[in-house]
Write a protein that binds this ligand. Structure first.
Ligand SMILES: Nc1ncnc2c1ncn2[C@@H]1O[C@H](COP(=O)(O)OP(=O)(O)OP(=O)(O)O)[C@@H](O)[C@H]1O
Ligand SMILES: [Mg+2]
Length: 389
């Protein structure tokens, strides 16, 4: 047994109204019918709750099925409307379908009414279900979009935090180096110098005792060596020039030091202003250059290398190259080295990128691109690399 449906019937003729009801009953449809005989009654009925179905006569005194159809569509877009009419021409029938009627039934063939109503109701149900599914999908999409936006904002925030953390780590590292350097310089070296002074006094007293005197002289030589070593160590840890924020000056200093300590001649080529907005970034690039040059010393088996610094838009590009032994960058993961890994990690945290061009026997070129100031993680991939290849 079908659920009783609520039908609004626009019909001016009482006999026809009865015929319609009889046909519906005959078709086994359970229903309650609201009868509207004219425009006023029809409009009033539309104004209340939505019927499950509207049956509308086509020609009534002072009203017509087409207008009724338009009004019904405006009020209840999903309610099926079936035109039930005396003879109407084919053109009028098509016009009603175009205007949104679900179907039409001629009064002369009212036996069609049952199947037509059933189909109209089934279609309306399908439409409503589809609409519900679409609404649910739309809602889901909106939720997803807002979740994605929220996650993106969180990730951006996290990236900035990591960036700050990374710079702070570099700065903390440098502070610690300075502290140890000061300790070496001010404490240890002064104590060593004091000890050397006392040893000199002792030596002058044992001048006549040849074995003691030569032992004192040997100790004096060893003191000199230790003092020199601690001086060099404190210098390496935190050379005085590092207090400046001029990358060019730092790199020239580094080149000189690498030449005297490791016999590697470094050509430094800097174009444009090498004063960066952030001292921490300058320090980071300096330490990176130091590691890359030390790699040349350790691995490349050459006596010459080059450092190049360029500005590309908002980015600073540091490039260290040599014509030495070279290596396969793909194999890097298998090596135990930490230098390149650590540089790459930091560069990416700072919103930049590192690129290695090297092959066995073909030398190595390492590019580092970092933003000068505020970082923009994605932009580095396009903007910063443009002028490198
Ligand atoms: N300029 C270079 N020429 C030839 N090989 C290089 C060069 N730079 C790096 N490599 C190769 O890449 C590897 C990784 O370098 P990385 O700096 O990460 O580690 P490492 O220098 O071996 O050790 P660490 O830096 O931890 O002291 C090196 O072991 C070396 O094989
Ligand atoms: Mg290394």
């Amino acid at each position: 047994m079908d659920e009783p449906m609520h039908i609004l019937v626009l019909e001016d003729n009482g006999a026809d109204m009865e015929l319609v009801k009889r046909e519906l009953r005959k078709a086994g449809l359970g229903f309650t019918a609201q009868w509207a005989q004219d425009k006023g009654a029809f409009m009033a009925a539309l104004g209340t709750s939505a019927p499950d179905l509207i049956l509308a006569d086509y020609s009534l005194p002072g009203f017509d099925g087409l207008t009724a159809l338009t009004m019904a569509r405006q009020r209840w877009a999903d309610v099926p409307v079936v035109i039930v009419s005396g003879a109407i021409g084919e053109e009028v029938a098509i016009e009603t379908l175009k205007a949104g009627a679900t179907d039409y039934v001629l009064k002369q063939r009212l036996s069609r009414l049952g199947p037509v109503v059933r189909r109209a109701l089934a279609e309306a149900r399908e439409r409503a279900e589809k609409r519900r599914a679409e609404d649910a999908l739309r809602e889901l999409n909106a939720t997803l979009e807002s979740k994605v936006a929220q996650r993106t904002a969180e990730l951006r925030h996290r990236a900035r935090q990591l960036q700050t953390l990374s710079l702070e780590l570099s700065q903390a590292e440098d502070r610690e180096r300075k502290r140890v350097a000061a300790l070496l310089h001010e404490d240890l070296q002064q104590q060593l110098a004091g000890m050397k002074l006392h040893l000199g006094m002792l030596a002058s007293r044992v001048k006549k005792d040849a074995p003691s005197y030569s032992m004192a002289m040997e100790l004096d030589r060893m003191f000199k060596e230790v003092i020199e070593k601690s001086r060099s160590l404190s210098h390496d840890l935190s050379p005085a020039v590092l207090h400046m924020n001029d990358l060019a000056e730092l790199l020239h200093w580094l080149a000189k030091r690498v030449r005297t300590q490791h016999h590697l001649t470094v050509d430094v080529d800097i174009s444009g202003d090498a004063t960066l907005r952030s001292e921490a970034m300058t320090m980071f690039l300096f330490r990176a250059a130091q590691e890359l040059l030390f790699n040349v010393v350790k691995h490349a088996r050459v006596t010459e290398a080059a450092i190049r610094v360029r500005r590309i838009g908002r980015y600073v590009c540091l490039c260290v190259s040599d014509h030495g032994r070279g290596f396969d960058p793909q194999q890097l993961k298998e090596t135990a080295g930490f230098g390149l890994f650590s540089i790459r990690e930091r560069v990416e945290l700072l919103g930049g990128r590192m690129k290695i061009k090297s092959a066995e026997g073909r030398g190595s070129t390492l590019h580092i691109v970092v933003p000068d100031g505020e970082a923009a993680p994605k932009a580095a991939r396009t903007e910063g690399w443009g002028g490198l290849d």
